[in-house]
Write a protein that binds this ligand. Structure first.
Ligand code: GRF
Length: 200
């Protein structure tokens, strides 16, 4: 199956996916909304097709998303992976890739949608933090949950401490979720995902 990965920055999650041997998966391209995204150079060095579209050069979200969809569709993706892609997507984009678009979010959804998740978890006194991989629906950070991972929050933790701890879990969880999708193990039932090979 062809996979297109979208990034905005360093791309460590993208790297984790690329470096995992996922049976039946082919990373067709890594695309970004930032030409200077560090992850693009990393992928290009490994012979993966890369491209960037600077969102600031487009009149509005719709124009950017349409152009991005054209780029993505040129690779005929079975799965589009948002790996730290920091753009809110239009309804058209979400609908176009419905059921084959997944995202990683650095919180235990449905808590802390949006930005600054770890800071907010610390401020709220949470004893655990984590990450969620989910199918993307038009409502931000709300689609069917594929996998979650949790880490403890210690008394003196900064947001960076929590982010680093959560990131390690992201790198384990994301390639597994992609593998589950590629193997056809994920079935969407309402707002839930049934995983044929359920793991905690
Ligand atoms: C990750 O923590 C992801 O959950 C968040 O942005 C970060 C991206 O990191 N939305 P990377 O680009 O994959 O290294």
């Amino acid at each position: 199956q062809n996979i297109v990965i979208l990034i905005s920055g360093r791309g460590s999650n993208m790297q984790a996916i690329v470096e995992t041997d996922i049976p039946g998966a082919r990373i067709a391209a890594v695309l970004s909304n930032r030409t200077e995204a560090a992850g693009l150079a990393w992928a290009a060095e490994r012979g993966i097709a890369t491209d960037a579209l600077d969102h600031r050069h487009f009149a509005d979200r719709t124009a950017f998303d349409q152009a991005m969809m054209q780029k993505i569709d040129a690779y005929q993706p079975d799965l589009v992976v948002l790996a730290g892609f920091m753009r809110i997507l239009t309804l058209e984009f979400c609908r176009h890739y419905q059921g084959r678009l997944i995202n990683i979010h650095p919180s235990l959804l449905p808590a802390f949608t949006g930005l600054h998740t770890h800071e907010r978890a610390i401020e709220a006194g949470c004893r655990i933090a984590g990450c969620t991989i989910h199918f993307v629906t038009p409502e931000l950070d709300c689609g069917p949950i594929i996998a979650q991972g949790a880490v403890p929050v210690a008394d003196n933790d900064s947001a960076d401490d929590v982010a680093a701890r959560v990131l390690k879990v992201e790198h384990q969880l994301f390639p597994r979720a992609v593998a589950d999708f590629v193997a056809g193990r994920l079935k969407i039932k309402g707002n839930r995902v049934i995983n044929a090979e359920h793991r905690a």
